[in-house]
Design a protein around this ligand. Structure first.
Ligand SMILES: Nc1ncnc2c1ncn2[C@@H]1O[C@H](COP(=O)(O)OP(=O)(O)OP(=O)(O)O)[C@@H](O)[C@H]1O
Ligand SMILES: [Mg+2]
Length: 284
């Protein structure tokens, strides 16, 4: 009976640790993103030709969400606001209930780390090796070397580049560079992964392998994924829901099957009717 009492104390302490952990890391593994009435008017723009004109939608925890639109629609602007590289003119963004952009912003570094970003041009450090590139965000956070190397090794394995650890970006193909950028974005163990045109510079076979990798990441790590693209094939292939952006407005949003079988807006019809470079079905 005495032992049971000791164990009771232990279990209570353990429960407290778990509850506290859940409080400090509310979205570990996945996250909910809410955009509300988001507008962005750059200095040279008027309200009529603003990059974003009151965009509202939600990305649900764990889903693969596609944001599609033609060139100049405002896709990268939206991603840059999510990445906190640009401030909205009005509206706000909440990630797991924390305001990361807009009036009342109070998101700190912990929230910033919950979003892993892969930019359109990979953005790799050319003077650093593959493993140094992936380790870089961990180094900035002061993670000690042994732990850094352990995580880098795990990420290289995940993206299938263990044999390229010591290579420099210039020695890699486009698809391999994209894999390094994805590994680096995952280094801080984010709850969401945001990718700007992750396949636009790749051939169709490489595109397929990158999409398979993203699907695997979504299933294994339960991260929320937002893919920005102008390729309808990419959305059809791995996204569950999609928003269509046209001249700074969301003109359609819904499940991929609904939106693509019964398109309501002229822009969606135009995108669907445009000659598809790739339509590769499900990559898995
Ligand atoms: N820093 C900036 N200053 C002024 N205008 C900008 C800036 N960045 C983007 N814009 C303008 O805002 C609009 C949206 O640009 P954005 O880069 O978000 O489009 P996009 O959908 O990502 O296009 P693409 O498919 O070509 O990458 C465009 O008209 C663009 O010219
Ligand atoms: Mg863009």
């Amino acid at each position: 009976m005495q032992n049971k009492g000791e164990h009771g104390w232990y279990h209570e302490a353990l429960a407290l640790v778990l509850v506290t952990g859940a409080f400090y890391f509310p979205g570990r593994g996945t996250s909910m993103i809410v955009l509300s009435n988001l507008s962005k008017t750059y200095a040279q723009q008027t309200e009529d030709n603003a990059a974003l004109k009151g965009v509202s939608f939600e990305v649900r925890p764990g889903e693969i969400f596609g944001l599609i639109g033609k060139s100049g629609a405002g896709k990268t602007t939206l991603l840059r606001i999510l990445a906190q590289l640009e401030t909205p003119t009005s509206g706000y963004v909440d990630v797991n209930g924390v305001r990361i952009a807009g009036v009342g912003k109070h998101g700190g570094d912990e929230v910033k780390r919950q979003l892993g970003i892969v930019f359109q041009n990979f953005d790799l450090l050319m003077q650093k090796t593959v493993e140094q590139n992936i380790a870089f965000p961990l180094q900035l956070r002061g993670i000690e070397k042994h732990e850094r190397m352990r995580r880098v090794e795990e990420l290289l394995k995940l993206v299938g580049l263990s044999d390229k650890a010591k290579a420099y970006p210039a020695m890699l193909s486009g698809g391999q560079k994209q894999r390094v950028a994805i590994a680096r974005a995952l280094a801080s163990d984010p709850s969401s992964l945001l990718l700007d045109e992750p396949t636009s510079a790749l051939d169709s076979v490489t595109t397929r392998s990158i999409l398979s990798l993203l699907k695997e990441i979504s299933e294994q790590r339960k991260v929320t994924i937002i893919i920005i693209t102008h390729e309808i094939g990419v959305v059809k292939s791995i996204c569950q829901r999609v928003a269509v952006l046209d001249e700074g407005n969301v003109v359609e949003i819904g499940s991929v099957s609904d939106v693509f079988t019964r398109p309501q807006s002229p822009m969606t019809r135009l995108l669907l009717g445009a000659k598809e470079v790739t339509d590769f079905g499900n990559p898995s």
